[in-house]
Ligand binder design. Structure first.
Ligand code: 0PR
Length: 413
């Protein structure tokens, strides 16, 4: 498109948008079962537009907003067992992870290396490339948790950071952070915990008497934690947070801008201009839900995750990878590749994630019981159809492809 010479009336633009966006999926349909984001609360929608002009890139102009950001950091610090943690509201887990590595890199060595599990989110590859840090990737055990022995043997004088994940992207498992913390302390290495997903889940799992290990600042070797309110924290995108044990870890990556209209910027972030409304809405969501609200959400998501886990055990075509740790379930298709199954599910309107060996289902707060049951049925049916196709040969495959094109998936069978 080109910017037109003369603008259009809002009504016409709204109509055009309605048409252009009609192919977008919605969370409320319950068909997105592979995303770590969810439907924002109605209150969040209202607030977002009300405070749209706030810019935390110049916090001196918006001291009230800056104070809300500080309160959010304190509240999340409390949730993570450290009420004096220093930190910033950022755009998400990627920025938080970049900031953690950036801070760790300030412990200068000539050829810096970071030890991370192979399950680490790809934001660490971005961070490594940007910061010139070599990533030493360590394998995981059968449960998908980092191999601690390999971590120990990978430490060199160049190691500036170790990573533990509290809620891996592919399976939602928690690395043995207690052991990593001991190793980090003994070797004086920065231990970063990526709790982008699990940070708003694990504290409540514990309260709900699920057996989960420590992962936060209670462990004295943990130096920093990423935790994303825009995943299980019920905040709209963009809302991530990075927390450091010690304010010096944050201040060492501060680059002062002293010319700003509001005065010197006091918050340290990678971004300059950033949405103050994200802080306002996050603060409001923390107050809206409260610990009780988050606990209820986690409980519901876990119950539904277990429902799908049980359903999947009854199916012939898929097998759960393992018992879920949080509201993420890995399902291994037995006859075709996860990519192929994901594609076929998408034709039927379902959006799941496909990892090399399994499908990933995220049972987020917008997913309801009926969606789980419908999804299980769709997955099961796909598998049965697949069996008929295999039995009757390629002519059925051609028919099935044609039917897919016309969106009457398999209805002739
Ligand atoms: N760390 C972990 C453990 C993550 O799972 C993710 C994102 C990040 C860091 C990076 O977070 P941001 O995306 O906020 O920068 N994991 C999600 C994923 O890969 C991101 C996502 C979310 C992808 C919603 C798709 C989607 O619909 O699944």
């Amino acid at each position: 498109m080109k910017i037109r010479e003369k603008g259009l009336p809002p009504k016409e633009i709204a109509q055009m948008l309605g048409r252009m966006l009609q192919d977008d999926l919605t969370f409320t349909s319950g068909r997105i079962v592979g995303s770590m984001c969810t439907e924002p609360a109605r209150f969040a929608r209202r607030l977002y537009s009300k405070y749209l002009e706030k810019n935390l890139g110049d916090p001196g102009l918006f001291p009230g907003t800056a104070k809300l950001e500080a309160e959010c950091i304190a509240a999340i610090g409390n949730l993570l067992s450290h009420s004096n943690a220093a930190g910033s509201l950022v755009s998400g887990g990627t920025e938080a992870n970049i900031m953690a590595l950036w801070s760790a890199k300030k412990n200068k060595v000539e050829r810096p290396e970071a030890i991370i599990p192979i399950s680490a989110h790809h934001s660490f590859d971005k961070a490594a490339d940007l910061l010139g840090v070599k990533m030493v990737k360590v394998p995981t055990d059968v449960m998908g948790r980092i191999d601690v022995k390999k971590v120990k043997s990978s430490i060199t004088p160049n190691t500036i950071m170790m990573l533990g994940i509290a809620g891996t992207t592919d399976l939602g498992v928690i690395d043995p952070i207690t052991e990593l913390s001991e190793i980090a302390e003994a070797n004086n290495i920065h231990l970063h915990v990526d709790a982008s997903f699990g940070g708003f889940v694990i504290p409540f799992l514990r309260e709900l008497r699920y057996d989960v290990e420590d992962f936060d600042f209670k462990l004295t070797g943990v130096s920093s934690i990423s935790i994303d309110p825009h995943k299980m924290g019920m905040a709209p995108v963009p809302a991530g947070t990075i927390l450091f044990r010690d304010i010096a870890m944050l201040e060492r990556i501060n680059i002062v801008a002293d010319y700003l209209a509001g005065g010197e910027a006091s918050k340290v972030t990678l971004l300059g201009t950033r949405p103050g409304t994200a802080a306002i809405v996050l603060w409001s969501m923390l107050n809206l839900f409260g610990m009780q609200g988050y606990r209820r959400i986690v409980k519901r998501c876990m119950n539904l995750t277990y429902l799908l886990y049980e359903e999947s055990q009854r199916m012939n075509g898929v097998k759960p990878v393992q018992e879920p740790t949080m509201n993420i379930l890995g399902l291994k298709p037995l006859r075709s590749s996860p990519q192929q199954v994901a594609k076929e599910l998408r034709v039927k309107g379902w959006a799941v994630s496909a990892f090399p060996k399994h499908l990933r289902i995220c049972v987020m707060p917008h997913v309801r019981k009926k969606h789980i049951l419908e999804f299980a049925k769709a997955l099961d049916l796909l598998e049965k159809t697949e069996k008929i196709i295999v039995r009757h040969g390629s002519s059925y495959r051609a028919l099935a492809d044609k039917a897919k094109m016309h969106k009457y998936q398999y209805s002739f069978l």
